[in-house]
Design a protein around this ligand. Structure first.
Ligand code: F6R
Length: 357
């Protein structure tokens, strides 16, 4: 039930900090140690490469997951769109582990890959919000998202839950390999949950930004580098699916290779700047679009902010920034859709669970 909320999407955006805290609790034992099914740990240790398979928003979470598993656990990862993988299967490593990410656990494109790889005898782990779902039953292992039912067609809390569970999977694999971490993952997740709560309390500010930047535009661009780029893909998907604004997310460095031709007077460009390593580079991309007339909105992070930034996120660990940066982008999409009189929870042409290929 949506209670006092006008839309499920807004309710589900607001639930994100609580979902984070539930995940922290569910994946900890009584000694506050990270707790994961031993069989899943063994499967991660036995593989020589992880193949993440997913669609849409879950695919975007998978890209962030690749970042975690490679950086934290030092295991190579490929991320594939399920519908492409089915028909254009890459050469596989000797000991692949397949990880299916699916909120519903019923997505036909992902299931089709699962059926194929099971035929070949490869192991599969499903990360899902619905433990009894088809993808969960048919895989060898399941990790639960604990996000609670997601009703709005546009996925929000499932995306952040997927990212948190992927971080836990990466940390567990790193520990099993004897790699030492220079941060306390559960504490950093708790800090991210607090940041999300601060962000969901800033709705008025983001509604104002949505009005200023997105009220009448036909198109919008999202730019970022490194993991900010992955969040840009998700921010642009959210915006296009519920507000019908033609939106594109791309890597800042790619601007000059084509897309910059589309920048004209007043084109909204939303730039994420949460990564110290690429801060200088993304700032110069912002200069490039501003000098061509773009209406740039920089979303940065405490510690990296500059005077003209439109929005500054509370500080979170550099690996977990997607958990914070996606929240204003979800809210931007929500308010843009609201002010354009779109049906936020049930956008045209879309279904919550896509059970056809
Ligand atoms: C976008 C959205 C879709 C789903 C995609 C996969 O907001 O919800 O892109 O993410 O259809 O669905 P699941 O995760 O259920 O496999």
């Amino acid at each position: 039930e949506k209670g006092t909320y006008p839309h499920f999407m807004l309710k589900e955006i607001d639930e994100q900090p609580f979902v984070m805290r539930r995940i922290i609790k569910e994946y900890q034992d009584e000694n506050n140690e990270l707790k994961l099914d031993g069989d899943i740990r063994a499967a991660m240790q036995a593989c020589d490469r992880v193949y993440i398979i997913a669609c849409g928003t879950s695919y975007h979470a998978g890209l962030v997951g690749k970042h975690f598993i490679e950086k934290i656990a030092n295991i190579p990862v490929e991320v594939h769109v399920a519908s492409e993988f089915s028909y254009n299967m890459p050469l596989l490593s000797e000991k692949p582990l397949f990880v299916f990410i699916s909120q519903s656990g019923e997505t036909a494109d992902s299931r089709s890959v699962l059926v194929r790889i099971k035929e070949k005898g490869y192991p599969a782990l499903t990360i899902t919000n619905v433990p009894g779902s088809t993808l969960s039953r048919e895989a060898n292992y399941t990790l639960n998202l604990y996000a609670g039912p997601e009703i709005a067609v546009a996925s929000t809390k499932a995306y952040t839950a997927q990212i948190a569970v992927l971080a836990i999977l990466a940390v567990d694999s790193a520990r099993a390999k004897g790699l030492s971490l220079d941060f306390d993952p559960m504490q950093e997740l708790a800090i991210a949950a607090n940041a999300m709560e601060i962000l969901t309390d800033q709705k008025d500010t983001i509604e104002e930004l949505a009005k200023n930047y997105l009220a009448t535009t036909r198109n919008a661009f999202f730019i970022g580098r490194s993991s900010d780029y992955y969040v840009c893909l998700e921010g642009s998907l959210k915006l296009k699916e519920i507000s019908y604004i033609q939106a594109e997310g791309f890597a800042g460095g790619e601007l000059k290779h084509g897309t910059i031709a589309l920048i004209e007077e007043g084109t909204p460009v939303i730039a994420l700047a949460t990564q110290e390593e690429v801060n200088y580079a993304i700032r110069s991309n912002v200069q490039e679009v501003v000098s061509r007339g773009a209406n740039a909105m920089v979303v940065s992070m405490r510690g990296l902010e500059q005077d003209d930034d439109a929005f500054v996120l509370p500080h979170v660990h550099e690996l977990l920034t997607p958990l914070a940066s996606v929240v204003p982008l979800q809210l931007l999409a929500y308010y843009a859709a609201l002010h354009r009189d779109c049906d936020v929870d049930k956008p045209r042409n879309l279904a919550k669970s896509v059970t056809v290929e």
